[in-house]
Write a new protein. Structure first.
Length: 379
């Protein structure tokens, strides 16, 4: 199976800050001290930008991706990107994030596998980090993004937007660095990971660790691209079920068999084939160890840690805030976003109507676009 760890080449033509299309890499000037203990001696963040930063750096918008997303928010597939941008409809001239007006910045998260430092990248001893990659938190990821903002000369974001894991980071920006965030759109996220969210992730992590090619996370230099791809596929199957609503799965697939197959004769249900497809797609483009590191970061999400609890942390937010979720989301139920909106001073709440469940924040671009437009209009 061909796989893309997506990291920048450790040697050769690549240099920090070298533009590759619109994608660039930023090397943090100092080691990153981590919340859970430990230090990452060298951190690179891959990021993409659209539009131009204005003279007083007041038009910058930060867009933060979900668990298996990346910096490629907009634009076609190609140049290292397996798919078109995941919010392509939202970014560009005349779109909600109008690039004639806004300077849009999207980093690949710390610990990720699409260009930023993560388990698949090379450690100081010249070998992949693999299973030695330290535990990171949502707060660590944001600290790395703070250094990126500093390097770009952005003292204050006009807006920070994100969904799911990206929403957790947007929230952490707003609560941890209130003086640097003018407006925030928090989509399909929560203040503190719930027991059920942790449980779903635990099952996914266990699926990866049960793969015989996991090897404690030390598989990146195995020959022929071997690795725990089957385990990652099982993790994606579990996750993908939670990303969609039961009603949608019922309506789309019901008890249908996959074309030409019969479950009694070794064949598959259509919904089974659909999950196989998503598992296979992810295993081809994502690194299993990154998945584990990032899923654990999501499970550890607690905006109130060390801040006197979630309510106290949310009261620190000064950004003009909109909180929204998807009405059919069973993973991050709407009630979590309602609670966030109630606890954040003057926050507005909105429900996105969609049959698609959690993935609705990626799919319902028109409704998300209206939320973005409304947020930026109040600038
Ligand atoms: C999209 C990327 O991979 S870019 C990287 C960044 N990505 C992200 O941040 C999000 C990751 N992606 C996702 O979460 C999801 O793929 C979404 C939300 C984008 C997809 O949403 P939707 O557009 O509703 O797609 P849906 O879940 O219906 O899946 C469609 C795919 O299932 C396939 N499919 C549908 N039915 C079946 C079936 N019975 N058997 C096999 N495959 C099936 C379709 O052929 C289609 O394949 P394709 O995506 O390779 O073209
Ligand atoms: N489908 C999204 C959902 C996670 O929130 C992803 O893969 O990142």
């Amino acid at each position: 199976m061909t796989r893309t760890h997506g990291s920048p080449p450790a040697t050769g033509a690549w240099r920090a800050g070298n533009p590759v299309g619109r994608r660039r890499w930023f090397r943090l000037p100092d080691p990153l001290v981590l919340e859970a203990g430990g230090v990452l001696p060298q951190v690179d963040l891959a990021y993409e930008t659209w539009g131009e930063l204005d003279a007083d750096a007041s038009n910058a918008v930060l867009v933060l991706h979900a668990l298996t997303g990346d910096s490629h928010v907009a634009g076609p597939a190609g140049a290292g990107h397996p798919s078109p941008g995941w919010w392509d409809a939202l970014v560009g001239p005349g779109r909600a994030l109008d690039t004639d007006r806004w300077f849009v910045v999207a980093p690949n998260v710390l610990g990720g596998c699409q260009g930023s430092t993560g388990p698949a990248t090379t450690a100081p001893d010249g070998r992949p980090w693999g299973g030695r990659f330290p535990a990171i938190t949502v707060r660590d990821a944001v600290e790395a993004e703070v250094r990126l903002a500093d390097s770009l000369g952005i003292r204050r974001w006009a807006a920070v937007l994100g969904g799911s894991f990206g929403g957790m980071r947007a929230l952490e920006w707003a609560a941890g660095h209130p003086e640097r965030v003018s407006a925030a759109l928090l989509l399909s996220c929560c203040a503190v990971a719930s027991a059920e969210q942790i449980a779903w992730s635990a099952a996914q992590i266990q699926a990866i660790r049960s793969d015989p090619d996991w090897l404690g996370g030390h598989y990146h230099d195995l020959p022929d691209g071997r690795g725990p791809h089957a385990g990652l596929g099982v993790a994606r199957r579990i996750a993908h079920i939670t990303y969609r609503s039961p009603q949608e799965l019922e309506q789309r697939f019901g008890t249908e068999h996959q074309d030409g197959e019969h479950p009694w004769r070794g064949g598959r249900y259509a919904v089974e084939s659909y999950l196989d497809h998503h598992a296979d797609k992810l295993a081809r483009r994502f690194d299993a160890a990154s998945y584990v590191v990032l899923a654990q970061a999501m499970s550890g999400h607690d905006v109130g840690r060390g801040r006197g609890g979630a309510r106290a942390a949310l009261r620190r937010i000064t950004a003009r805030t909109r909180v929204a979720g998807v009405d059919s989301d069973r993973l991050f139920p709407l009630e979590q976003q309602r609670q966030l909106a109630e606890a954040i001073p003057d926050a507005e709440f909105a429900a996105i109507a969609s049959p698609h469940g959690h993935d609705g924040f990626l799919i319902e671009a028109d409704q998300v676009g209206q939320l973005v437009t409304g947020l930026l209009r109040g600038r």
